[in-house]
Write a protein that binds this ligand. Structure first.
Ligand code: TA6
Length: 293
């Protein structure tokens, strides 16, 4: 007879700014923090490891404002590429807590956001969005599902805007994007081709790689993180460098050295959903010392 999985170790309590925050620990010791505000992951510590996500010390934790760092859920619009607020409204709203469960060494938490008067004022569509986050060992998986619950079709763009904590951005690179076409947002949105095997960070990088491969890798001295996506077609890579970082109000001037964003995204070809249809995209991060994957 199968023994039922015990409830994972978890707690929902007021976090910074008194916003409700879930803390979840899997049976093998991996640890996760998620604010219901935006279903915003702010911390991920793989089992026996150290923090893998950057969170700005100057971040606001305020209803209606985005948290700076972690993993903002970008929906239903990426960046300012449309009429909605920058990166859409999902990161600005309180999500509903949908419960936690354990399966072996893994622990999972679910969050939901449905349309509301406030969302319909900005975007006149009925939807249900669900973020499922699973931790265990050296891996985290984020699955994002959107269902059209209304009577008419809609389109959206989306990203899991992941801020990786790095010891020095100048010593960090992203592998796996060579030969791809990208929108260079740092150069006014012109399209370019990547010709080098590694994207480095000695100046501003703000790129949307189209039809990016399922797997790319963030490489740092001594360790690396594989970023594996399904459903999401594109990959965004961002670091503002010194000049632009200095004018971001909720970052320290030298924070550009402390993070790199690599984001599973769907931007170039928006997702179209007919009434009743669903779409799902997922991103897994797998962290390991170099040579041990
Ligand atoms: O994903 C990269 C990006 O679109 C950049 O252009 C940069 O502005 C960043 O997102 C952060 O956006 P935010 O609205 O959180 O300041």
């Amino acid at each position: 007879m199968n023994t039922p999985n015990p409830k994972p170790d978890f707690d929902i309590s007021p976090g910074t700014g008194d916003l409700p925050r879930l803390t979840l620990i899997s049976s093998d010791g991996a640890r996760l923090e998620v604010y219901l505000h935006g279903a915003h992951i702010t911390s991920w510590i793989p089992a026996g490891d150290h923090e893998r996500l950057y969170l700005s010390l100057k971040s606001q934790f305020l209803a209606g404002a985005p948290i700076r760092g972690g993993v903002p859920v970008v929906f239903p619009q990426f960046a300012a590429l449309g009429p909605l607020p920058m990166h859409g409204f999902a990161r600005l709203m309180p999500w509903e807590y949908g419960g936690v469960e354990a399966l072996g060494d893994q622990a999972t938490a679910i969050f939901r956001l449905g349309d509301s008067e406030e969302s319909r004022r900005l975007w006149p569509h009925a939807f249900m969005a669900e973020l499922t986050v699973t931790i265990g060992g050296h891996q985290i998986e984020m699955a994002f599902k959107v269902t059209n619950t209304g009577n008419g079709p809609f389109t959206f763009t989306s990203a899991l805007h992941t801020y990786f904590s790095v010891s020095d951005s100048a010593m960090t690179s992203v592998e796996g994007l060579v030969g791809l076409r990208y929108r260079d947002s740092a150069a006014g949105g012109i399209e370019q081709f990547d010709e080098v095997p590694q994207v480095g960070f000695t100046g501003e990088v703000n790129r949307i790689y189209f039809d990016a491969p399922a797997e790319v890798c963030l490489v740092e001295p001594g360790h690396r993180t594989v970023i594996r996506k399904t459903g999401f077609l594109d990959t965004v890579v961002w670091n503002p460098a010194a000049e632009k970082c200095a004018v971001v109000p909720d970052m320290q001037a030298d924070d550009y050295r402390r993070f790199i964003c690599v984001e599973a995204a769907t931007i170039r070809v928006p997702v179209q959903l007919a009434p009743g249809q669903s779409w799902q995209g997922a991103q897994a991060l797998i962290h390991s010392p170099i040579g041990k994957l």
